[in-house]
Design a protein around this ligand. Structure first.
Ligand SMILES: Cc1cc2nc3c(=O)[nH]c(=O)nc-3n(C[C@H](O)[C@H](O)[C@H](O)COP(=O)(O)OP(=O)(O)OC[C@H]3O[C@@H](n4cnc5c(N)ncnc54)[C@H](O)[C@@H]3O)c2cc1C
Length: 448
């Protein structure tokens, strides 16, 4: 029997990090594009609003159905690859497709995503809409991989946009925050499948701080984690290798011990202990830093890029100009070490190449990403408020899906194309059919 697309008694919606909540007017899970288009047209024609969600993995309320008469639509029922061009590597993917399905689906064509972030639970459209990224100066975030988008507009019209077809809307919708239209399908340029050789080792904090920018230019994918009150980092260096070479994947038992027991279960226990006995945090952090990764292995790229994240947390992440990374990092570390509470989650540092998206956090500049996290059961707001001024002073741009306090006026000063994006949103959604409170904060209210 077919599932009903619309439920009459909607439950409260919340995100993965439980940092945003809202109760929509109704919830729908359409199972075909025709069904989705009909639902959106009917609800908006009756004066309602629509919010689509992918994995609800954004920490900000960007996906919250929090304005009056909002229909919440999950795209989980409409997923998959629709077209593959093995010559150009261009692959068309339905917007709701979860990233974790893509590697297996692309493998038979000898293709892979050029880069990935830390997890793969997001939908492709959600990742695009928030400027989701991984690490590596030779690579952009997901939106830099795009060649075209097929969008359902607030008017009910379905359009295809690219560099040659309505380029303004294409540029605005590449990192569109969910404000420009519903992404029905995205076409991405993929690359030949590849393996990654992972080298995860402890290093000195001082050595990493002084060499990070230079090493980021030579390594394929470099990132590191640093825990409060420690002088070591856990460095991750991933090197690309053509397929067909020898693999040395993590053994199941090693994965279980390192990633599940020490990485997830053990880290959760440590967070709980640090919360109850705050004075133990420096010792706990030294233990955590020493227990994190001292290993080498080789596997298919997605299995190396992505790690399980089972202990819930809240996160703030800013992109700062790459050239300023060392200075900003030293200041962040000073503030975190001086912070009144023990913090049991590390900061994470990554990079991405400049892209030409209008609202991408690396738009127009090579960037270093610095992320601070806090365990879900602890007060993240006070901690983030202590660190955020460092990012703001550095001209940092906040990740659209991670907690920050900037508004449209602040953001207009950080993005040369912010006004162009707002003008485009006003053109395609003048009455805010796809809006919510977060979008009104970061783009300003729609014109009518
Ligand atoms: C544990 C964890 C790890 C993370 N790791 C990383 C990382 O490594 N790198 C990084 O950059 N970020 C990371 N993030 C942030 C995450 O990638 C982004 O917040 C991303 O948007 C989540 O995708 P989603 O499918 O959950 O989107 P949602 O949170 O569901 O939605 C985000 C926005 O996209 C819009 N949207 C969704 N579907 C569509 C559609 N079809 N058309 C138009 N708009 C749409 C929504 O309306 C909303 O505005 C992480 C988050 C978590 C919780």
């Amino acid at each position: 029997m077919r599932r009903r697309a619309l439920t009459s008694k909607p439950p409260e919606w919340t995100n993965w990090a439980r940092s945003a909540r809202a109760t929509p007017a109704a919830v729908a899970t359409p199972h075909s594009e025709d069904e989705l288009v009909a639902l959106v047209r009917a609800h908006t024609a009756a004066g309602g609003r629509v919010k689509v969600v992918g994995g609800s993995h954004s920490f900000t309320p960007i996906a919250a159905p929090d304005l009056e008469n909002t229909l919440l639509i999950s795209l989980d029922g409409i997923q998959g690859i629709t077209h593959v061009d093995v010559i150009t590597g261009e692959v068309s993917v339905l917007g709701g497709t979860r990233l974790w399905t893509l590697a297996d689906a692309l493998e038979p064509y000898g293709l892979a995503l050029p880069n990935m972030g830390d997890i793969d639970h997001q939908s492709l459209a959600g990742a695009l809409s928030t400027g989701t990224h991984g690490t590596g100066l030779g690579f952009t975030g997901y939106s830099g991989m795009l060649t075209s988008l097929r969008l359902l507009l607030a008017s009910g019209q379905v359009v295809t946009v690219s560099r040659s077809q309505d380029p303004e809307l294409f540029e605005a919708a590449r990192v569109g925050l969910g404000a420009m239209g519903i992404i029905l399908e995205a076409t991405l340029r993929c690359v030949p499948s590849f393996d990654l050789a992972a080298a995860e080792h402890p290093e000195s904090l001082e050595g990493m701080l002084t060499s990070f920018v230079d090493r980021s230019r030579t390594e394929d994918h470099l990132e590191f984690y640093w825990f409060q009150h420690t002088d070591m980092v856990s460095a991750k260096v991933n090197t690309r290798r053509p397929m067909g070479g020898e693999r040395a994947p993590l053994k199941r038992a090693q994965h279980l011990v390192d990633d599940e027991i020490l990485g997830n279960g053990g880290h959760r226990a440590l967070c709980e202990l640090g919360r109850i006995l705050p004075r133990t945090v420096p010792r706990l952090n030294r233990f955590a830093a020493s227990a994190m990764g001292d290993r080498d292995y080789v596997d298919r790229s997605d299995r190396i890029f992505v790690s399980p994240r089972r202990t819930r947390f809240r996160e703030m992440e800013y992109a700062v100009p790459l050239a300023d990374a060392e200075e900003v990092l030293r200041e962040v570390i000073r503030v975190v070490n001086g912070y009144r509470d023990g913090i049991t989650f590390p900061i994470e540092v990554r990079t991405a190449a400049a892209d030409n998206t209008w609202l991408g956090t690396a738009s127009g500049r090579d960037s270093a990403y610095i992320a601070v996290h806090r365990f879900i059961k602890e007060d993240h707001l006070h901690y983030f408020a202590a660190v955020e001024p460092v990012f703001k002073a550095a001209g940092g741009r906040p990740h659209w899906g991670k907690i920050h306090t900037l508004n449209a006026q602040d953001l207009a000063g950080l993005y040369p194309h912010h006004a162009d994006a707002v003008r485009t949103r006003d053109r395609v959604d003048p009455t805010g059919r796809f809006s919510n409170r977060y979008l009104e904060t970061v783009l300003g209210p729609p014109p009518s």
